[in-house]
Design a protein around this ligand. Structure first.
Ligand code: HAM
Length: 432
């Protein structure tokens, strides 16, 4: 026997989704896709690998993501590439490259969504991974406050469909290229007075990216009376912000204005927002986030096009749902999963046929492919998380009846083949 080979482990911060979690996230995704279709958003699939320059230009050279967190590589042609840390920049690149914004295409491709893995070399911890999945949406060509509200409603609807009702919506406006410089000036003056109280990171940030200092969790205490962007908006930005707030209230969504919300990506202007789990608004872990980015299309070489979007962290949604003991809607079909147990070789074929019939009726079903004792089959049904076990024996075939066991309640009954599907389905309508 040769020496056992060393085991190769996954790269730090990357993720294996084993079948249970895989099914869980697929169900969350399925609910999101359904919601996107109600809002008339269409899917775009963009590459994982892009030119590093795309993110440097879009997200900003002095952001944490670009400075410290990019998974970069140089290919054989000495091109600098990186694994996408987020989806917006790639969608905008594709929007420009494929002429999606030209008048004849605009209405067809103005609302796009994506689902997929993103990569950031952050320090792995609970809820923070180096490989994580985002469900994102980008809405192009509409500068109105209603567009901001539309995407916020869409994000809330995706969370709601996944049973995260009433998350906290933090909202702020960081102004535009007219009013932001004035605000930044005031902020720098304030920060200069406070510089002794600020952490090392912020002292460095102060010069390069003063807005980001507001976001610092360590320095929160020292920044209590920092100037607020909202008090320094130009008339147009102020009106925009007020209308966003007003329309959210029409939709019965109560935002929490957070003056320190500035976001970690530089492409935003005006509206920025983040979603938090109810009762966890102080947490660092947003379930999702987004905002308006009216300059990005132009910055990446396209025609000036206003845009707004968001991304939700799939793992964070899953973790929270598990914490709350909830399952995504579409997984519940498993609640009526039915195992078909068969006894004696003559019943193998009818069992096969019954499994097919159940599957065709939308009821998850399976059976043992080789002959096994009833006990072993019942145990397998339990381990697979099935709700029911149908037993087909020679007796049942003679009587033209099936034996149905509810594995949750233990109740057993005889039922005719014709009534089986309706009976199982009716269980799905009862509360879990
Ligand atoms: P972001 O705030 O960087 O925004 O990320 C959005 C969401 O992705 C976060 O709220 C969080 O749920 C999830 N997320 C981010 N980093 C991690 C991580 N390391 N591990 C687990 N989950 C994470 C954006 O990415 C923007 N592109 C959103 C956007 C779209 N803005 C406009 N359009």
């Amino acid at each position: 026997m040769s020496e056992p080979k060393p085991v190769i482990q996954k790269v730090r911060g990357m993720q294996d989704f084993l079948p249970n979690d895989s099914e869980f996230v697929s169900a969350i995704e399925a609910n999101a896709r359904k919601t996107f279709s109600f809002y008339d958003f269409k899917e775009i699939r963009i590459p994982v690998l892009e030119s590093s320059s795309l993110f440097k230009r879009a997200i900003g050279e002095t952001t944490d993501i670009v400075e410290k967190e990019m998974f970069s590589l140089t290919d054989r042609g000495e091109r600098e590439l990186c694994m996408r840390p987020e989806g917006t920049a790639g969608v905008v690149r594709s929007y420009i490259e494929n002429n999606l914004g030209v008048p004849q295409n605009q209405k067809q491709f103005d609302k796009l969504f994506y689902v997929g893995p993103m990569f950031r070399a952050e320090r792995p911890q609970a809820g923070r991974y180096r490989e994580f999945n985002q469900i994102g949406a980008e809405y192009f060509g509409d500068a109105s406050p209603s567009a901001d509200v539309e995407v916020i409603k869409l994000a809330l609807s995706i969370l709601g469909r996944n049973r995260i009702e009433k998350p906290v919506l933090k909202l702020n406006s960081i102004g535009c290229s007219n009013c932001r410089p004035g605000f930044q000036k005031k902020l720098i003056e304030y920060l200069n007075q406070k510089s002794g109280d600020l952490c090392k990171d912020c002292q460095r940030r102060m010069a390069k990216n003063p807005l980001r200092v507001l976001d610092c969790k360590t320095d929160a205490g020292a920044l209590n009376d920092a100037p607020k962007s909202i008090d320094n908006l130009c008339a147009e930005c102020r009106r925009h912000h007020q209308e966003v707030e007003g329309e959210l209230r029409w939709a019965r969504i109560e935002p929490t204005i957070d003056h320190r919300l500035v976001r970690g990506l530089d492409y935003y202007n005006r509206t920025v927002f983040e979603f938090y789990a109810p009762n966890k608004s102080g947490s660092q872990d947003a379930l999702g986030a987004g905002g308006r980015y009216d300059y990005l299309v132009e910055m990446l070489g396209g025609r000036a096009t206003p845009a707004v979007g968001f991304a939700i962290g799939l793992e964070r949604v899953m973790n929270l749902m598990k914490e709350m003991g909830r399952e995504p809607e579409s997984m519940e079909v498993k609640r009526i999963g039915t195992y078909v147990a068969w006894l004696g070789l003559d019943t193998r074929k009818p069992a096969f046929q019954l499994v097919e019939k159940l599957r065709d009726a939308g009821i998850p079903s399976t059976m043992s492919l080789d002959e096994k004792k009833l006990d072993a089959q019942m145990k397998a049904a339990g381990r697979r998380g099935m709700r029911y076990c149908v037993i087909i024996g020679e007796d049942e075939i003679k009587k033209n009846k099936l034996n149905l066991k509810d594995l949750r309640s233990g109740a057993q009954m005889e039922i005719s083949d014709n009534n089986l599907i309706d009976h199982i389905r009716s269980a799905d309508e009862q509360p879990a």
